[in-house]
Design a protein around this ligand. Structure first.
Ligand SMILES: Cc1ncc(COP(=O)(O)O)c(C=O)c1O
Length: 545
């Protein structure tokens, strides 16, 4: 992890050409310094459109981390992200002639909404070029501010190139998402507010500000203000581990273009950072931290617990980094601010986030457990689960498919309450004679295998397939499992707890034809409603031998 404390002015490296024209970065051939930016930030125009967002203490997270965590609620902005600050400041500084012609930007995300809203406020025309792949929700949001949307190309780069053509053709002014001193100054007003708002929280102590980085506009504004006013406060930049163009650029001492970037945190997915934002970050940012998807999902949940609001992945990067920073440096009693920079979350992402949050926090442990393929061993295994230390634990996943005469491999998920518990649980299974492989940190298991336990099995003769449904409540699965003790072999089992209203279980049982009558009366006495799926064509295609 590179740590940069230098404040000496250096000329930005130019190994890679900038994607945009340089937006007048130097004043009189001199790089702008924190004092210059301070002036620009103090005179920035943002409050015609932006609100002074709250700075709040995250009570639960602070207690857990033994440090005070303050949340700067940029998710409260009218476009649900900070981006309108920079866009509006840039546009408010345009000449009357420029405003008469209108502005243009390329963006599939928050910048587009910031530009569109600002244009409406300033009574100017905005053209927003978006890739054809942009979700309709975002297109509609931009249109609702009165902007003209032009869909072009499959990627941001295609949309960007097209926007440059339109800029020339229509005489519009380009509004860059990050590499522009006016945009940077607009974003810097966040730091100005934080330092003012600290007073009203009862203490001016602030040890570090954590800031998500995409192209670097936000951190450039924040770092300039902080280093001009209270240079002792550390400015810590945060990136996704699969989208870390700024970290790579700073370590390489030149701007690095990434071939590919992870899109989970779409707000910060940038392949090449700005020239000015690179220069500022290299000079003023004290430290960089990278975080992974699971940590970001867990941080989204942390923010939800403290605020009951859901931020988008980029909006949770700072909180994820604070947790990593505290764990690494073992700090106590310090005060940190996290900028919750956006809340434009795609609703269809929520299921993934909820699932990974549990794994990211290690609230769920996953195992492959081997049990002997013999009568009674399934029940014994269930008893061991019921008696695990630290229990009772909920079973989150229970998947099994017959594949071996002698042994059964069961994929099991269990709730845990603290990191590191999975190792102890695995040891406990082994002590009881069930060999267990801890899959809690296994990407293949988490992403794929958990959904793939099954398939055709030559050993599943006379199999009958049944679907059971019962109201989900603590202990319901274990109760079901104990009533599932017929004389017939269980050849398939599938259960996944997704926080649903009803537990849904699929069971395969090997019932010779001669036992059909006895099997019917077993099902009748079990007391669980069921649907027989043995004749379902999908069963035949994917499971039946
Ligand atoms: C929610 C959110 N967070 C962070 C960023 C990154 O900001 P910057 O590109 O200024 O580093 C963006 C950029 O669009 C964003 O939308």
């Amino acid at each position: 992890m590179p740590t940069h404390t230098s404040t000496a002015a250096k000329t930005p490296a130019k190994a890679h050409p900038a994607p945009a024209r340089k937006p007048g970065i130097k004043a009189g051939n001199k790089n702008l310094q924190p004092a210059d930016y301070l002036k620009k930030i103090l005179t920035a125009r943002v409050y015609d459109v932006a609100v002074e967002s709250a700075l709040e203490k995250a009570k639960t997270l602070s207690a857990r981390l033994k440090n005070t965590v303050l949340l700067k609620r940029e998710d409260q902005q009218p476009v649900f992200s900070f981006k309108l600050r920079g866009a509006y400041n840039k546009m408010a500084h345009l000449s009357a002639a420029q405003l008469k012609k209108g502005v243009i930007c390329a963006s599939a995300g928050n910048h587009a909404q910031g530009v569109a809203m600002s244009a409406q406020k300033l009574g100017t025309r905005a053209v927003v070029v978006m890739p054809t792949t942009t979700p309709q929700l975002k297109i509609d949001a931009v249109k609702s501010w009165g902007a003209e949307v032009v869909l072009h190309g499959d990627s941001y780069s295609d949309a960007y190139s097209h926007s440059l053509l339109l800029e020339k053709k229509r005489g519009l002014t380009f509004v860059h998402p990050f590499d522009d001193p006016d945009v940077i100054a607009g974003q810097g007003t966040i730091a100005m507010e934080i330092l003012m708002q600290l007073q009203s929280l009862g203490s001016s102590r602030l040890d570090a500000v954590f800031v998500a980085i995409g192209g670097g506009g936000l951190i450039s504004g924040v770092a300039n203000y902080i280093k001009a006013v209270r240079p002792e406060i550390r400015v810590i930049g945060v990136q996704m581990n699969d989208s870390d163009a700024m970290m790579q650029s700073v370590s390489a001492s030149k701007r690095v273009t990434l071939n590919d970037v992870g899109l989970f945190s779409d707000g910060t997915a940038v392949k090449l950072v700005g020239e000015e934002t690179y220069r500022i970050s290299r000079e003023l940012v004290d430290e960089f931290i990278s975080v992974d998807t699971d940590a970001v999902c867990a941080a989204i949940k942390d923010v939800f617990v403290d605020t009951r609001s859901i931020v988008e992945p980029a909006g949770a990067l700072a909180v994820a980094a604070i947790k990593k920073y505290v764990a690494t440096n073992k700090t106590q009693g310090e005060t940190y601010a996290a900028i919750l920079c956006g809340a434009n979350m795609n609703f269809d992402r929520l299921r993934f986030v909820a699932e990974r949050a549990e794994v990211g926090e290690e609230r769920e442990a996953l195992f492959a457990v081997t049990i002997p393929e013999e009568r009674g061993s399934f029940r014994r295994f269930c008893e061991v689960i019921g008696d695990l230390p630290g229990g009772p634990r909920s079973v989150t996943e229970f998947n099994y498919r017959i594949s071996d005469d002698a042994r059964a491999h069961v994929f099991v998920g269990l709730t845990t309450s603290a990191k590191g518990e999975s190792t102890k649980i695995a040891a406990n299974f082994t002590r009881h004679g069930f060999k267990a492989l801890d899959l809690t940190h296994d990407e293949l298991a988490k992403e794929h295998i958990r959904h793939m336990v099954g398939g055709h099995s030559a050993l599943s003769k006379n199999e009958r397939l049944l679907r059971f449904v019962f109201p989900e409540r603590p202990g319901a699965l274990m109760k079901f499992l104990s009533s599932m003790q017929p004389g017939w072999n269980i050849s398939l089992f599938h259960y996944r707890n997704q926080g649903a209203d009803y537990g849904r279980i699929l069971v395969g049982l090997q019932v010779p034809k001669a036992d059909n009558k006895a099997f019917k009366s077993f099902l009748d006495t079990m007391g669980y409603p069921h649907v027989e799926e043995t004749d379902n064509p999908v069963y035949r295609l994917f499971l039946q031998s």
